[in-house]
Each structure stands twice: as structure tokens, then as C-alpha cells.
Design a protein around this ligand. Structure first.
Ligand code: PGA
Length: 247
């Protein structure tokens, strides 16, 4: 399976010029034909950056309706029209700051698939959930509820990112072996609900304090097929090292 390396720029950078500069620097330094490289900038930079030969575009979120009276929202169809191929759904910051529930995430996921986008469904436990031993249960619930009503054939477009909340932006990355165990757990849940074949072909990414020092450890695991990178994707040189080391 091809690796997928996703940059989640979150609410960065501040200006159009900076986003073009960062995008161009990454684009010009990619030397990896074995991975799909996806950049997810803020919505407003999507049309500025456009499509490129080395880099695919993704969004960080979308709404579940196509059009209409929904002030401030962006639909999957609009993203598709701008050349987006991917969309991150259910990132923990959306769950935490915008109260996105598994039900809302499921609606967005279905809408994204309906528009022909590839959703990257994010799941992950908090530190306190891990401490009390609820990790596997929390992940299973997020997977089952997030994917409710999804048909087996729709899995060809779905990607799952295991992102423990305590590892995001903290510098405290999850041990690679544990991230691999969680990816295995995710495959088991999917195999039970759908089929072994679906679970084996499902790309699973790891996200949470990935950097150029630790990225190789994840890529060398059996069940991990790439990364979702936040902070380290805002520094061209650092992100390029992650990309080119994954060849
Ligand atoms: P981080 O963020 O790499 O800065 O930890 C990852 C993410 O939120 O997707």
C-alpha cells in the first residue's frame, strides 16, 4: 500500500504570501514517488494554492449539506470544485472546540464521500481516557459511530488517522509500537463490522507530534501507512525530511 503523508496546517500561516512560499518550498523538495503527499491548508488558501504535480490538496473540515442557507459553512462539493481530493473529518480540535460529536462526524463523512472526496477520519483518546484503561473502547466507539451506514464499497476512499489527543502538539509522541497496536485494534473493529478484506486495505495513519526524528519508526511498523503532521508540516525543511525519509 502507498504511504500517505498529510500536512495539517490548522490555522496557519497568517498570510497568503506565506502559504504560497511554504507550499512552493515543499513542492520543490519532494523526492518520494512511493507516497501521496497531501497538504491541508486553511480553506481560503485552497484556491490560491491550486493543484500541483507533487502535492494533492485536502481540506481540514467540511459541512454536510451541499448548498443553501448555512452561513459560514463550506460544502464538500465546493472543496471538490477547488481541486481538493481529501478532507480531514473529526479532528480532535473540532471535537473539542466545536463540539463535533460522532453523529455530526458521520454526517460529514457521508457527505464527503458523496461528493467524491476521500475523508481522513480522525480518532483518538484523551490522556484521562488512556489512564483509566478506556482507550480501545473509545476508539471502537469513534470508529463504529463515525462509520455508521458506510457501505463496504465506499471504503476504497476512506482513510483513518489514529491521533491520541495527548500526543497532539505536545512533543509527547505515542510510542511507535503502541501506535501500531492501536492501528491493529482499528483494523479488528473494521474487520468485525465489515470484512477482513476491507480492514486489510484500509490506510491507517498515525498523528501526534510526528517529526523528522521519529517519523521513520512509524513507517517501519506493519500496520501504519503514513502520517498526519501538524506543527512539523509548517517548516518546509522538516516536513521534507519526513516525506523523503518515507521513500
Ligand atoms: P502535531 O499535530 O503534529 O502538531 O502534533 C497533529 C495533528 O493535529 O494532526
Amino acid at each position: 500500500m502507498k504511504n500517505i503523508i498529510v500536512a495539517n496546517w490548522k490555522l496557519n500561516p497568517l498570510t497568503k504570501e506565506e502559504s504560497i512560499k511554504l507550499f512552493d518550498a515543499i513542492e520543490n523538495g519532494v523526492d518520494n514517488n512511493n507516497s501521496d503527499i497531501v497538504i491541508c491548508p486553511p480553506f481560503i488558501f485552497l484556491s490560491v494554492l491550486g493543484e500541483s504535480k507533487n502535492i494533492k490538496l485536502g481540506a481540514q473540515n467540511c459541512f454536510w449539506e451541499k448548498k443553501g442557507a448555512f452561513t459560514g459553512e463550506i460544502s464538500p462539493e465546493m472543496l471538490k470544485d477547488l481541486g481538493c481530493e481529501f478532507v480531514i473529518i473529526g479532528h480532535s480540535e473540532r471535537r473539542q472546540y466545536f463540539n463535533e460529536t460522532d453523529e455530526v462526524i458521520n454526517k460529514k463523512l457521508k457527505a464527503a464521500i458523496g461528493a467524491g472526496l476521500k475523508p481522513i477520519l480522525c480518532v483518538g483518546e484523551t490522556e484521562s481516557q488512556r489512564e483509566v484503561g478506556e482507550t480501545d473502547e473509545v476508539i471502537a466507539k469513534q470508529i463504529i459511530e463515525g462509520l455508521t451506514g458506510i457501505l463496504e464499497e465506499e471504503f476504497k476512499n476512506i482513510i483513518i488517522a489514529y491521533e491520541p489527543v495527548w500526543a497532539i502538539g505536545t512533543g509527547n509522541a505515542c510510542e511507535a509500537e503502541e501506535a501500531n497496536r492501536m492501528a491493529e485494534t482499528i483494523r479488528k473493529v473494521v474487520a468485525k463490522t465489515y470484512s477482513k478484506k476491507v480492514s486489510e486495505n484500509l490506510p491507517i495513519l498515525y498523528g501526534g507530534s510526528v517529526n523528522s526524528d521519529n517519523s521513520k519508526k512509524y513507517i517501519n511498523q506493519t500496520e501504519i501507512n503514513g502520517f498526519l503532521v501538524g506543527g512539523a508540516s509548517l517548516k518546509a525543511e522538516e516536513f521534507l525530511k519526513i516525506i523523503n525519509d518515507a521513500r
